[in-house]
Design a protein around this ligand. Sequence first.
Ligand code: GFB
Length: 312
Amino acid sequence: MDLNAKIYIAGHKGLVGSAILRKLEAEGYTNLVCRTSKELDLREREAVLRFFAEEQIDYVFLAAAKVGGIAANNDYPADFIRDNLFIQTNVIDAAYQYNVKKLLFLGSTCIYPKYAPQPLKEEYLLTGELEPTNEPYAIAKIAGINMCKSYNRQYGTRFISAMPTNMYGPNDNFDLKSSHVLPALIRKFHEAKQSGAPAVEVWGTGTPKREFLHSDDLAEACLFLMEHYEDNEIINIGVGEDIEIKELAGLIKSIVGYEGDISFNASIPDGTPRKLVDVTKINSLGWKARIPLDEGLRSVYSAFNQDTLIQA
Ligand code: GFB
C-alpha cells in the first residue's frame, strides 16, 4: 500500500478499528477515510454504495461488526446475525462494485466447531457443530468468509479473511451486560475495590480457557496481512497461549489490588470450553504477537482507572 493510498477503516471507533487507525497513522498513511455509524449506517445498502461511489477507495479494513460477549450473543441472536450479515454484505459487495484493490475481512475464532481439536487450525472451519451461545454471530462471519472467497473466485477480487482470537485494548466495551470477559472483570474488580464489596462474581465455572490478543498486536497483524497475504483461505491471528478464566480473574484481581473473594456463578454459561488458535501459519509468514498479557492488562487497567477518575 502506498502511503497516500485511500484506505477506509470500517468500524474505526471500535476496539479493533481504532487500533488499526492508530497503527496506519503511526506508519505515515495520510489518506484515511472513516465514518461514524451515525454518518454512515453500514446496514443500509444504498448509503454504502453511495459512499463507495463518492470516495473511490483503494483498500478496506472491514472491522465494523456488531460484537459482544457471551451474554449479549445469547440474548440478542437475531440482532447479531442480521446486523453482521447486512454490514459485511454491503461493504464487500460495494468494494467489488467500486474496484477496491484489496479488502481485509475480520472474523472470529467462534467460527470453529465447539469441540474442535486444539490448537485450532485454519482447516477445522466447517468440520463440526458450533457453540450455541454465539452460533448466529459465527454463521454471519462464516458467510463473510465465504463471500470473500466466492467474489475472488468469480470476480477476481483480492478479499482476504483473518480470524483473530479474543481481543482487548483501548476503546473496549466495559458495559457489564454486553462486554467480553476481560473488560467486565476489570470493571467488576475495580468497582468492588472502590465499594469494599466482599466478593466479585465471575460467570460460569471459571474453567473455560481463552486466548487474549492486544488490539495493538492485532492492528499490526492486519497491516502485515494487507501487505503480505494473498491466499483465499482464512488465516488465524493469535498469541498461541491461553489462560483459564479463573486464572485471568486472579491476575486482574492482583493488578487492581482487590483483596476480597472470587465467587463463580455456574448458572451462567461457560460457552466454548477452549479456543486456542494455531498461529503456525501467520508466524511462518513472519508475524508474531508481542504484547504479554500481564503488560497489556496493566495498561488497560491504568487507562480505565484514569477514565473513571476523570468521570468522577
Ligand atoms: O468473553 P466472553 O463473554 O465470550 O466470555 P466468549 C468468555 C468466558 O468468560 C465465558 C466467562 O466462559 C464466560 O462465562 N466470564 C466470566 C464472563 N465472567 C464473565 C463476565 O463478567 N462477563 C463475561 N462476558 N464473561 C464471545 C462470543 O465468546 O467471544 C463472540 O460470544 C466472540 O461470538 C467473542 O467470538 C470473541 O469467548 O465465550
